[in-house]
Ligand binder design. Structure first.
Ligand SMILES: Nc1ncnc2c1ncn2[C@@H]1O[C@H](COP(=O)(O)OP(=O)(O)O)[C@@H](O)[C@H]1O
Ligand SMILES: [Mg+2]
Length: 392
């Protein structure tokens, strides 16, 4: 990508302090405390209707909070008009001016604010998104992905301290979307601005952001680096919304300083104390599908390994890089196992009786003392869970 030095102006910290937003008869945001450090790529991830757009509109100044403060670079901007805030937004529908050239679209905001050399600056940012060669075309002559990059250039050229992205890749097909995710991340790293990206697509959030906040019904359930959220979810919602999980309802039976022992209908399950939100009573424990191993016979007892079985394979799906097995575990419903295809041919077949094992250290203990009905057997896709959340 081109010379971007003059765009390497630092972003600003964003702080949301005790934000609440009520619409007549509906509370969209319960209570939001959030600090996004300058220069970070932050993703707000949650199902449709959880309050993501409302959060962005509050930051942009298009809505007033019912309670709370918004600070940008340490300065209280809560009562500033939208155009006075150093914030730009890229929406899902990028709404370029159809009659203007790409160059004029990008220069538009600079001209309006009477910034010197608008065309020079527009060319510079078009080089950044690798579209300077189409500067003289009209938007209709570009592909969807290219138009998206123009929309991004049009926002970045204003050098906002904070760039808000509201599902900006939603209109693109899957392949283009993956490519744009990569490019968007590169651009963010080059310009060093603060990006607040909202999406309902967990893969998009995980691949792009350095920090992900998982939002559910107007609250942040958990926040952290993608790996951290994936390896150690703290609630049933996060365990199921971010990737897939196998969850078991268990009763704590005791343990040691290091480990909690639990009993479930499927057998004894142990987990590290440090990876558990609870240590007594009824709780939910989980393990990710790629951590499970299949065995044709009960593996020998080992204090570091959890074993359940016998169970039966009721579905085998060959995905290419992996094979996904659905295993019916008496009393626990369906358990999913992802097995990498390092050897040719499946390790187990439909109808086989199997035992499942995984390392105690891969088990996590959730804050919930119950499993939502269907959490084990329902369609695990983000879309389906999002739809469920909306119809509640
Ligand atoms: N102007 C409004 N009046 C009443 N309810 C609203 C308004 N704007 C948003 N909502 C409600 O607030 C909730 C959150 O909406 P939104 O922030 O758009 O969610 P998301 O972007 O996560 O899909 C939804 O239930 C929505 O219907
Ligand atoms: Mg939205």
């Amino acid at each position: 990508m081109g010379d971007t030095k003059s765009f390497a102006e630092a972003g600003a910290d964003l702080e949301l302090v005790g934000i609440q937003k009520r619409f007549p008869g509906f509370t969209a945001i319960e209570h939001l405390d959030l600090t996004i450090p300058a220069g970070s790529f932050f993703a707000l991830l949650g199902p449709s209707g959880c309050g993501k757009t409302t959060t962005l509109r509050l930051v942009a100044g298009l809505e007033d909070p019912t309670a709370g403060k918004i600070l940008l670079g340490g300065k209280d901007v809560t009562s500033l008009k939208p155009h006075k805030r150093p914030v730009n937004t890229v929406f899902q529908s990028y709404a370029l001016f159809p009659h203007m050239t790409i160059l004029e679209n990008v220069a538009f905001g600079l001209r309006r604010r009477k910034i010197a050399d608008p065309l020079g600056k527009a060319h510079e940012v078009l080089r950044l998104v690798e579209l300077d060669h189409v500067a003289d075309r009209k938007p209709a002559q570009l592909s969807g992905g290219q138009q998206q990059r123009v929309a991004l250039a049009r926002a970045v050229v204003n050098r906002p301290a904070l760039l808000l992205l509201d599902e900006p890749l939603g209109a693109l097909d899957l392949k283009l979307r993956r490519q744009m995710q990569f490019e968007l991340k590169q651009i963010q790293q080059e310009v060093g601005l603060t990006f607040l990206h909202v999406t309902h697509d967990q893969e998009e959030a995980m691949t792009m952001a350095d920090t992900v906040a998982v939002m559910n019904k107007g609250r942040i359930e958990q926040m952290g680096a993608p790996e951290e959220l994936y390896e150690l979810p703290r609630t049933v919602f996060v365990a199921n919304f971010l990737g897939q999980s196998n969850l078991f309802l268990v009763d704590v039976e005791g343990g040691t300083d290091q480990v909690i022992h639990t009993a479930s209908v499927s057998g004894r399950i142990s987990l590290p104390r440090a990876r558990s939100e609870r240590d007594s009573g009824t709780m939910t424990v989980g393990v990710r599908p790629e951590k499970l191993r299949l065995h044709a016979a009960a593996p020998p007892a080992d204090a570091n390994v959890n074993v359940i079985g016998p169970a039966r394979i009721i579905d085998v799906s060959f995905i290419g890089v992996s094979t996904q097995y659905t295993v019916e575990v008496p009393g626990a419903g369906d358990v999913h196992v992802f097995s990498q295809n390092v050897e040719a041919g499946p390790a187990a077949s439909l109808g086989d009786e199997v035992w499942l094992s995984w390392l105690v250290e891969h088990t996590f203990g959730l804050a919930d003392d119950h499993l939502e009905t269907g959490a084990l057997t329902a369609d695990f896709s983000t879309q389906a869970i999002a739809a469920q959340a909306v119809s509640e």
